[in-house]
Design a protein around this ligand. Structure first.
Ligand code: GBH
Length: 484
């Protein structure tokens, strides 16, 4: 009776009569015992499990060892910009507690850790003279990670732009300053760092920082100017790739971490999959598409018309500099369906009833997003390697009287997403690893400390870290290299 298919199981059930003696084990009971066995979804051997964080969200120590302000220091200190005026002045104090944080990583059993370097520690004025004490901190972090057999994956820009740079990202010179900074870091750290991410989430900080004004520097610029900033951003990426290659040890891998909009076909058939991939390319035109193709799509240039960015000769070639891998930050899906418009697709608005995490109104739940992220990007652009560089959820975590955090919602969210990532991994797409956002509760940008994304609960008064249920769950998944 072993290994019944569902159909056979149903038939067996239907033909089992009440006359069967109740003292013997019924066929369906045997079948059920089989059905109930855990089925491990094993990831390919060597799949990399990790966690991610970012400098301004965890470090604190904003005025120590020569660091000068970033635009996030200025913004968070401006009344009314962040939840209850929260700032990153102290955050998780990981600047001092990094050894403890690396112990947490070690205890989880991760093999990789993605963290970011604060540009204003290394070049306090953005350009000009480097500050050796700034890099010293990252040297300490790297040495501690390597001592613990954890491979560092380093992001060079996770939004903390040095305040001193004249004109910020509105100024094309900032792209050049970024490249100098990236080359300098690569030169000094590539003996121990083999993977660099140029820039984290173009779309997020350009839209929210320069168009909607909800992130630093809090501007609400017209679209033509924002498009120019978007262009400066991808140009910085391309110049950064070249500077890293020119300065780093041979074999250093370079990529980016982008929260590309991911489109899930409404029905998994050829026509709808094609529509999802058309949308994937077109709706990400200013960022991932430009970077991976070295051109802006005709559709983007037409849509933007007179507002399209001014492109100087040679820019697009720089922007399209070849990459070693693509990192995707993915939290929530979009849906499209095929239609007869010239684009061939229509973005489907979500019904108001679409489920989302109760902790955040932007966290729509569609775990299949991880499968389609990997598949769409692979089939459109054929990158050499892919990583999920962020995925996770906030949760209304409560510390119980006996010191536990039972974040079953985070466990559910992560498990379901990994189930779909497993599909991509076993279908042969070049997905190499997964970084959970985040190791710790931290400064969640405009939401301050009101949103908790960590596997570890942080008491921001005492800096005590407590592993949540999700940390225990993740640790077990990593040990098994599998989800159930
Ligand atoms: C990532 O952004 C970031 O890389 C990371 O730093 C961050 O902590 C993490 O995700 C979690 O947010 O309610 O309309 O104000 C992901 C994209 C952009 C999603 C900002 C939330 C605010 C939505 N995030 N967005 S809103």
């Amino acid at each position: 009776m072993k290994n019944l298919t569902r159909r056979q199981f149903g038939k067996t059930l239907a033909t089992t009569t009440a006359a069967t003696a109740l003292t013997t084990t019924l066929p369906w009971q045997k079948a059920l015992a089989d059905v109930g066995k855990p089925k491990l979804l094993e990831f390919p051997k060597g799949f990399l499990w990790g966690c991610a964080t970012a400098s301004y969200q965890i470090e604190g120590a904003v005025a120590e060892d020569g660091r000068k302000p970033s635009i996030w220091d200025t913004f968070s200190h401006t009344p009314g910009k962040t939840f209850q005026g929260d700032t990153g002045d102290v955050a998780d104090d990981s600047y001092h507690l990094y050894k403890e944080d690396i112990r947490l990583l070690k205890n989880l059993g991760v093999s990789v850790y993605r963290f970011s370097i604060a540009w204003p520690r290394v070049f306090p004025d953005g350009s000009g003279a480097p500050n050796p004490k700034g890099l010293d901190y990252y040297n300490r972090v790297l040495d501690e990670l390597l001592k613990n057999n954890i491979t560092p994956y380093v992001t060079l820009f996770h939004w903390d732009l040095p305040q001193a740079l004249p004109g910020g990202w509105q100024n094309r010179d900032t792209s050049k300053a970024y490249a100098d900074y990236a080359g300098y870091v690569a030169k000094h750290l590539s003996d121990r760092v083999s993977h660099f991410f140029t820039i984290n989430e173009f779309e997020c900080w350009t839209n929210l920082g320069y168009q909607e004004g909800r992130f630093a520097p809090g501007l609400k610029l017209p679209n033509a100017q924002v498009n120019q900033i978007r262009h400066n951003a991808v140009l910085a990426h391309g110049l950064g790739v070249q500077a890293i290659r020119a300065n780093a040890k041979a074999g250093t891998q370079v990529g980016l971490a982008e929260n590309t909009k991911v489109f899930v076909p409404v029905i998994e058939n050829a026509e709808q999959i094609k529509a999802a991939q058309l949308a994937q390319r077109e709706e990400n035109a200013p960022f991932l598409t430009a970077v991976l193709e070295g051109k802006y799509t005709d559709g983007y240039l037409q849509r933007e018309g007179a507002n399209a960015p001014k492109v100087e000769p040679g820019d697009m070639k720089i922007i399209g500099s070849p990459l070693d891998f693509v990192g995707i930050n993915s939290y929530t899906p979009g849906y499209v369906e095929a239609d007869s418009s010239p684009s061939g697709y229509k973005v489907v608005p979500r019904p108001t009833s679409f489920p989302r995490m109760a902790s955040a109104n932007w966290l729509f739940i569609g775990p299949e997003v991880l499968y389609w992220a990997v598949r769409n990007v692979s089939e459109i652009w054929n990158p050499k390697a892919l990583y999920i560089t962020e995925n996770g959820t906030s949760s209304d975590d409560v510390l119980t009287a006996d010191g536990h955090i039972e974040d079953t919602d985070r466990v559910m969210y992560v498990r379901n997403h990994l189930t779909h990532l497993h599909r991509a991994a076993t279908e042969g797409y070049p997905i190499k690893g997964y970084f959970l956002w985040s190791l710790l509760d931290n400064f969640e940008w405009a939401d301050g400390y009101s949103k908790r994304f960590g596997l570890h609960y942080v008491d921001f008064k005492t800096q005590v870290r407590t592993p949540k249920l999700s940390a225990q769950w993740y640790k077990e998944a990593i040990a098994k290299n599998a989800v159930e």
